[in-house]
Design a protein around this ligand. Structure first.
Ligand SMILES: Nc1ncnc2c1ncn2[C@@H]1O[C@H](COP(=O)(O)OP(=O)(O)O)[C@@H](O)[C@H]1O
Ligand SMILES: [Mg+2]
Length: 83
């Protein structure tokens, strides 16, 4: 059996608005077909999803979706084939 494919990965993901740090270094490693993004209000869930979908840029750190980096470069649409 093949190991699960990484779907969403993040390493040291940080986002700040001025001095307001909203993501202080997030690490994620979600296999395909799984979701876990839980937390109280203002924990940073929406910012994490917006970075993941390239609506906003991270301040630093790395994030990828199916191996495609989303934290650097232009906003892009990533189409991931369902297998
Ligand atoms: N555009 C923005 N400018 C400044 N602060 C923001 C902005 N968007 C979100 N925040 C702040 O970032 C923090 C995390 O927000 P958010 O990612 O929406 O959390 P969650 O979705 O977990 O409730 C909150 O303190 C929020 O006020
Ligand atoms: Mg939210």
């Amino acid at each position: 059996m093949n190991p699960p494919r990484p779907a969403v990965k993040a390493a040291g993901l940080r986002k700040s608005y001025g001095k307001h740090v909203v993501l202080g270094g997030v690490d994620l490693d979600h296999p395909a077909g799984t979701i876990s993004l839980l937390g109280p209000n203002a924990a940073g869930k929406t910012n994490t999803v917006r970075i993941r979908t390239t609506f906003i840029h991270a301040s630093s750190g790395d994030m990828s979706v199916a191996g495609h980096g989303v934290t650097h470069g232009p906003r892009t649409a990533i189409r991931v084939a369902k297998t």
